[in-house]
Write a protein that binds this ligand. Structure first.
Ligand code: SF4
Length: 132
């Protein structure tokens, strides 16, 4: 994991903003990569991971938290776009999406995400944050 967000300089992708991280956190290897990347980014100070399931469940306070954020980063494992669809279904538009299968990582049943794949996702999320 790079130290981008811990440097707290002008290149820090999340500095000065409320950035929330949501991973699809499904059962597939690509969802595991999404989930682990979100947790690693939170540990690295890039943002705060929030519960996608709470949005899906329609918890008002959690929807409002997402609405109030400066940026929500939605990390989906694959083209099913489950996390993005939760956001769209709640009328939330203040997000950027990263999709793991767009990063050359194949969705494969019965395998675990690797540390290298998690790093690839985390790096792309930081880039997306810097661009947003
Ligand atoms: S986006 Fe893909 S990997 Fe993530 S929960 Fe949905 S089907 Fe599973």
């Amino acid at each position: 994991m790079s130290d981008c967000c811990n440097r707290k300089d002008e290149t820090c992708c999340g500095e000065g903003r409320t950035v929330l991280l949501y991973a699809c956190s499904g059962g597939a290897n690509v969802a595991e990569a999404a989930d682990r990347a979100a947790r690693a980014l939170m540990a690295d100070g890039c943002g705060t991971m929030f519960c996608l399931a709470g949005l899906g469940a329609g918890i008002d306070g959690m929807i409002q938290t997402a609405r109030d954020a400066d940026l929500n980063v939605v990390i989906d494992g694959c083209g099913m776009d489950c996390a993005r669809k939760v956001f769209d279904g709640r009328g939330l538009t203040n997000y950027v999406q990263v999709k793991v299968t767009d990063l050359g990582i194949e969705k494969v049943k019965g395998v675990r995400a690797t540390d290298e794949q998690v790093e690839v996702v985390a790096v792309r999320v930081k880039e997306a944050m810097a661009e947003s």
